[in-house]
Ligand binder design. Structure first.
Ligand code: KG4
Ligand code: ZN
Length: 361
């Protein structure tokens, strides 16, 4: 089956066409992403109103390019998928309404996809990863450890009680005058810095609950920066290196706790899977590799362009759901907030003729 996917929950306008074969393997026929980074960079972060307007301006073009690159026409699609949340609501409305229009005019099923579910399932498109697996999702808006046991069968093992990891990188970069998005800049400067120069806290370390907290680390970094101001180039590099080392230690400790909880509640995972922009960080990848090794499982990290927001992951999640006979009504409401655990799976199979009610027994 062939599905068009639309992504507009944050600052990336994405559209893609993905094919899913009956044996569960997938193929990306096109994947067009138009980043708005330059429009937001001057503000040091994403401005929701600017994002929504930019999606309106770009989406038609991005969709038609995705369709042309895939050599597809709307009437040949099996379904139309769009991210219906969670995210910045203006952008979500733009993408979901467009998908509804295409689905309605062409008589195709609509798939209203949870953006986090799409991140969670990408590894099945790129590597055919079997359930159950442990997902570490770390982006600008989310930091979660999730047991992915099936389509619509997601169990949150741990999350952040304040900032997301990517957000902490972005705020650190802003504080040090490094520009937006901050993650790649902080990683670059960290490479020439001394990770041992500043003693920063490792919040939540040692706790049994696999949760994260980043705001104390961020504040500690700010206090150190203020203490030694004005900052030289080397000071900035040392602050970046010390911050990144603290985050890496936190991720190591928290993921160990998360894996322990996974084994206790869901048995043996087939893999540790990373998703979200933060997974692009080499130091963090190294520690993920270590956690996977400690647990005797493989680490799966989709290629960088599929770790960050894109239309292919939305199309793929749509195809996975459509293959199970799931679709959504055209009046599906966009959602700013939509926890992964609230995503529904396929309806329970109807009982066979001899296993139903007591009358049959
Ligand atoms: O998944 P993503 O593209 O967008 C969403 O937030 O949904 O993730 C972007 C986040 C930003 O906060 C960015 O600073 C962070 O991922 N990021 C990184 C790196 N590359 C991107 N953080 C640390 N190191 C990196 N190399
Ligand atoms: Zn995302």
């Amino acid at each position: 089956m062939v599905v068009l996917g639309i992504e507009t929950t944050c600052d990336e306008t994405g559209a893609a066409v993905v094919e899913r074969n009956d044996n569960g393997t997938g193929r990306i026929l096109s994947n067009v992403v138009l980043s708005q980074i330059h429009e937001h960079a001057v503000f040091g972060g994403v401005v929701p109103e600017i994002a929504a307007r930019a999606h309106v301006e770009a989406l038609d073009y991005v969709i038609s390019r995705a369709m042309v690159e895939a050599s597809q026409s709307f009437d040949r699609l099996d379904g139309v998928a769009a991210a219906a949340g969670p995210g910045l609501i203006g952008g979500v409305i733009v993408g979901l309404t467009t998908a509804k229009a295409i689905a309605l005019v062409n008589g195709k099923p609509l798939l209203a996809i949870n953006h986090l579910e799409a991140h969670a399932l990408t590894t099945r498109l790129t590597s055919g990863t079997a359930f159950p697996y442990c997902l570490f999702l770390a982006s600008g808006g989310h930091t979660q450890i999730v047991a992915v046991c099936g389509i619509g069968d997601y169990h949150l093992l741990g999350t952040t009680v304040d900032d997301a990891i990517g957000e902490a990188f972005d705020k650190t970069a802003k504080l040090l005058g490094l520009g937006y998005p901050g993650g790649p800049q902080v990683e670059k400067d960290a490479a020439r810095g001394d990770p041992a120069r500043f003693e920063l806290p490792r919040p939540m370390s040692g706790r049994r609950e696999p949760d994260f907290s980043l705001s104390g680390l961020k504040t500690a970094l700010r206090l150190e920066a203020e203490r030694i101001a004005p900052l030289s180039d080397q000071d900035v590099a040392d602050l970046c290196a010390s911050f990144q080392k603290a985050v890496v230690d936190v991720v190591h400790d928290r993921l160990r706790a998360g894996m322990k909880r996974f084994w206790g509640r869901h048995g043996t995972p087939t893999a540790l899977v990373a998703a979200g922009g933060v997974a692009a960080n080499q130091a963090i990848r190294k520690v993920l590799q270590r956690v996977a090794f400690e647990n005797g499982i493989k680490l799966e990290v989709p290629p960088p362009e599929l770790c960050t927001d894109n239309g292919a992951m939305i199309a793929w999640a749509g195809a996975e759901r459509l293959a199970l006979g799931i679709s959504d009504p055209l009046d599906f409401a966009p959602r700013a907030r939509w926890p992964l655990e609230e995503v529904s799976g396929p309806p329970p199979a109807s009982p066979g003729p001899f296993q139903g009610s007591a009358e049959h027994a």
